[in-house]
Structure formats: structure tokens, C-alpha cells
Design a protein around this ligand. Structure first.
Ligand code: HEM
Length: 496
């Protein structure tokens, strides 16, 4: 009797261990996992991720290879750091990896994963793409909105001309412009969107170690909740405003995307019903997709151009030769401006906006490059690393737009060494609009202004350190002085 009482705790411990062993998935000894650093209990490999995660993972990949397995908490994360491995995930096994992981940012910011970018693969996501691709992003639709973009560009350039001789922080003006050229809305949104892009990209410990979630150690969950409230107030305002106008103007056709989405929300034949929250999430997609993306791409290009004065010189020569001093650059000039395009591609290679593509997620077990990847693995495609792949790029660390001259190098998803817009099913649906805005903005800044550095700053002093987020920005926004260069008489009479 005495002995059995003493044995009781031991039996409990043995039972608990048996339970744990049952819960922990058994490793099949025949499975071949990608190489990677040994994870710590509870935190996994979080200790190896610094404040610029794509760089931390780039350096790790030099030790472990082009495909590596890490653990965030107890969850598996696979990192692809070469074009060949990116192709495996985005093309060869695209159907398996086309989903997204359910991270906190998606829950807080996308009405429970109802926008296109956070939605898991399935009928709802397919429906959002079916709505957006023909109704918003097709070539004819984009063309029909060209007058709006031209008008906004005209306002932007004449505003910059009015600031001639003054110091300006280019980033602030670029953000305002890309916002207005895609959606004419309020100034105060810019701050909110900055925060959104930061919070959406963070590695939130609560996502990966769920039992620590309630502590919100980094304070991100609180920030996400606060921002969600502000964004929701704004999106409600937009929807109500459109509903009111529709009531007043009974019988009129839909005017913009919000009207179109609201009409679709009344359609009972849709495969998946669009609720008011879905409409808000999709409107937010359009707003956010179109702002930070284009302006940050232009900002990186200007940083690199000013660091390399001979590139500026060649760009100006091309613009003078093709456009001349009496007009601005227009969207249809681009077939004749290969050097400007080469600058944009080179900037996107070295400074991809999404240093990791938005995370992909496996929907079933799959063998990739000879390794076993389990269902439920998050996949990070490190485009920052891929853009520096020495087997694809000669002198990868140098900014050399010339490498693109006279060559047909695709940047829309068929060349896996250059993936600024991703590839496969989840490829960016807004690439066409994004490129139009980037091209005309950059070309007109270079064509219409002398860009001067301030405070005796030299080209080599320009900082190209990064600030990480869902989109990665230059850490230090550049302050410059803009001096107009085009003939004023033509410019005042005819902006375009
Ligand atoms: C220079 C401009 C732009 C760049 C560099 C860019 C880049 C990207 C990248 C890298 C992705 C992730 C692809 C993947 O997961 O494999 C993406 C997705 C997305 N982009 Fe863009 N983008 C740009 C402009 C735009 C614009 C103008 C819009 C809309 C107005 C937009 C809307 C979206 C949406 C909704 C997704 C999610 C697609 C999905 O998950 O199915 N983007 N973009």
C-alpha cells in the first residue's frame, strides 16, 4: 500500500510523457528535411533573426544553402534564397504553396483574412482575383483612367516646381502623389498607411509562440488593434459615402471601384457572398497596394541614381534626346526610354520592395528539390538574396543599369532571378498600374528637375541602409533641392 502511494506521482509523470510523445508528431526517419540551424526549445530559431530579417536569413543561407528549414516557435518555416528554389515553390509546385499563413496582421487588418493578399487559397480568394483582374487591372480599364493619372501628375509636378530652391523630403511628396493618383483621399491616411506596412511585415512573437500571445511582448498586437479601429472608421466612411450617393443618384451606373464592389455585394449569384467587411477589405487592398509600393520604388531609384552621377547623366541624355526640353514624359513614351527602364529594373533587383514575397503556405505535404516539406509550412522567398545571387548576376553588389540594356529580361514572373512582383498564382495583380506610376514619376523627376543634395552632402554619403517592413524603405529619407529645368513657357502653357 505504502509503495503504490509512492509510485503514484511516477505513474502520472509517465502518463504525461506518453501523452506528450503522442502529441509531438513522429518524425518519419525516411523523411529528408532541408538543412538548417538547430532550433531552441520554445523559441525555435527566433534568436537568429535580427532587425533586418531578410539580411539575417541571407547570411544564414550562405551557411545552410539555397533552401533551409527553420522553426519560428514550433512552426516550420522554409526559406528559398535562389532562383531555382523560388521556381520550385512558385511555378513547379505553385498549387501546393499558393496559400497564406494565418498571421495576426491578417486577422487585425484584413477583416479576418477577407482581402486578397491575406486570404487563404480557395473559392473566396479566387473570386477576389476574378473581380479585380477584369474590372480594375485590365489594360483597357487602366488606359481609361490615364486622364486621371495625367491630371494628378500635372498637380504633383507643378507643386514641385513651386518648391523650387527649397529643401524637400522627397518621400513625403512621393507618398502624397501616388496616393492621389490612385485614390483622391485624405492626407492623414499617409501616417496610417506607413504604420500598416510596418506592422504587416513584423515577425510577431505571438504568431509563433501562441501561449505568449497574451503578453504581447513587442506591443505589436496593441498597435494593430489601434490601427484597425482607425482604418475601419475611414473605410466605413468611404462605404457610407458611396451608399448615400447611390441613393441620391438613383439609376446611375457605378462610377468607381467602390461602387462596383457594392453592386457585387448585392449579387446573390456570387460563389461566395461579399459582405460589407469583404468590401472594406478589398477597398483597402487597392488603397494600400497602390501607395507605398510605387513611391518606395521611385525613392530607392533616386537614392541609387544620386549615388551614381554617371547614371543620372546617361538618363538625362536619353530624356533630352527622346523627349526634348519642351514637354513632360508621357506613359506611351516608354518604348523609347530603355535606359530609364533599366534603372527601374536594377533598383528593383537590389532593393525589392517586398524583400520577402508575401509569405506562402503549403496546403499539403510536398517534395521540393529532393526535400520533404510538410503541410502547414510557411515559405519565405527571399527576393533580396535572389537579387544578389552570384550565379545569376555579374558583380551583384554593384548598381549597374547597363546590365539590362539590349537584353530581354522579364520582371513579371517568368525569370526567377528577378521577382519584384512575385510569380505564379499569387503574383501581384497591380503590376501594370504600379509600373506605369513608377515609370512616369521617375522619368519626370529626372527630366524636369536638377536634383541637388543639401548641406554639402556628397554622392558617396547617401545612405542605403534599410528599414524593414512588408515593404522595405531607405532608412534615411533623402532631403534634396529641386531646380526646374524645362522651358517655362511651354510648361506653363501645356503641362502635357
Ligand atoms: C511597384 C509597384 C508594386 C510592386 C513592386 C508590388 C509587389 C507585390 C508583391 C511582391 C506581391 C506578393 C506576390 C507573392 O506573394 O508572390 C504583391 C501582391 C499584391 N499586390 Fe502588388 N505590387 C505593386 C503594386 C501594386 C498595386 C498598384 C496594387 C493595387 C492597386 C497591388 C496590389 C496587390 C495585391 C492585392 C496583392 C496580393 C495578391 C494575392 O495575394 O493574390 N500591388 N505585390
Amino acid at each position: 500500500m505504502e509503495i503504490s502511494w509512492l509510485l503514484l506521482p511516477l505513474l502520472y509523470i509517465m502518463a504525461a510523457l506518453a501523452l506528450i510523445l503522442k502529441i509531438i508528431p513522429k518524425q518519419n526517419p525516411n523523411r529528408k528535411l532541408p538543412p538548417g540551424p538547430k532550433p531552441w526549445p520554445l523559441i525555435g530559431n527566433f534568436n537568429l533573426i535580427g532587425s533586418i530579417p531578410h539580411q539575417s536569413l541571407h547570411f544564414l543561407s550562405q551557411k545552410y544553402g539555397e533552401i533551409m528549414l527553420l522553426k519560428f516557435g514550433k512552426f516550420p518555416v522554409v526559406v528559398a534564397s535562389s532562383p531555382e528554389i523560388a521556381k520550385q515553390f512558385l511555378m513547379i509546385h505553385d498549387t501546393v504553396f499558393a496559400s497564406r499563413p494565418a498571421l495576426a496582421a491578417g486577422n487585425y487588418f484584413s477583416y479576418n483574412y477577407s482581402d486578397m493578399s491575406f486570404a487563404p487559397y480557395g473559392p473566396y480568394w479566387r473570386q477576389t482575383r476574378k473581380i479585380f483582374l477584369p474590372k480594375v487591372f485590365n489594360a483597357r480599364k487602366l488606359e481609361s483612367f490615364e486622364p486621371v493619372r495625367v491630371e494628378e501628375m500635372r498637380n504633383f509636378l507643378s507643386h514641385l516646381r513651386s518648391l523650387s530652391g527649397k529643401r524637400v523630403v522627397l518621400r513625403d511628396h512621393l507618398m502624397r502623389f501616388t496616393l492621389s493618383s490612385i485614390n483622391r483621399i485624405l492626407d492623414e491616411l499617409i501616417g496610417m498607411f506607413d504604420e500598416w506596412f510596418f506592422l504587416t511585415g513584423v515577425f510577431n512573437i505571438g504568431d509563433w509562440i501562441p501561449w505568449l500571445n497574451f503578453l504581447d511582448l513587442q506591443g505589436y498586437a496593441k498597435k494593430m488593434k489601434d490601427l484597425r479601429k482607425k482604418l475601419d472608421r475611414f473605410l466605413n466612411f468611404v462605404i457610407d459615402d458611396h451608399l448615400d450617393r447611390r441613393k441620391e443618384e438613383k439609376g446611375l451606373n457605378s462610377k468607381d471601384v467602390v461602387d462596383k464592389l457594392l453592386r457585387l455585394a448585392e449579387d446573390h449569384n456570387l460563389e461566395v457572398k461579399l459582405t460589407r467587411d469583404c468590401v472594406k477589405a478589398l477597398v483597402q487592398n487597392l488603397l494600400l497596394g497602390g501607395i507605398d509600393t510605387s513611391s518606395t520604388t521611385v525613392e530607392w531609384s533616386i537614392h541609387e541614381i544620386l549615388r551614381h552621377p554617371w547614371v543620372l547623366q546617361k538618363a538625362k541624355e536619353e530624356l533630352d534626346r527622346v523627349i526634348g526640353r519642351s514637354r513632360w514624359v508621357e506613359e506611351n513614351d516608354f518604348s523609347q526610354l530603355p535606359y530609364i527602364d533599366a534603372i527601374i529594373m536594377e533598383s528593383m533587383r537590389l532593393h525589392p520592395l517586398a524583400t520577402f514575397l508575401a509569405p506562402h503556405y503549403s496546403m499539403e505535404d510536398c517534395k521540393v528539390a529532393g526535400y520533404d516539406i510538410s503541410k502547414g509550412t510557411m515559405v519565405l522567398i527571399n527576393t533580396w538574396s535572389i537579387g544578389r545571387d552570384p550565379t545569376s548576376w555579374d558583380k551583384p553588389e554593384q548598381f549597374l543599369p547597363e546590365r539590362f540594356m539590349g537584353k530581354e529580361i522579364d520582371m513579371l514572373g517568368s525569370n526567377f532571378a528577378l521577382l519584384p512582383f512575385g510569380s505564379g498564382r499569387r503574383r501581384c495583380p497591380g503590376y501594370n498600374l504600379g509600373l506605369k506610376v513608377v515609370r512616369t514619376t521617375l522619368a519626370n523627376l529626372l527630366h524636369g528637375f536638377e536634383l541637388q543634395l543639401v548641406d554639402g552632402m556628397k554622392a558617396e554619403d547617401i545612405c542605403i541602409e534599410e528599414e524593414y517592413g512588408l515593404t522595405t524603405h531607405p532608412k534615411e529619407p533623402l532631403e534634396i533641392i529641386l531646380e526646374p529645368t524645362l522651358y517655362p513657357i511651354f510648361i506653363e502653357l501645356c503641362m502635357f
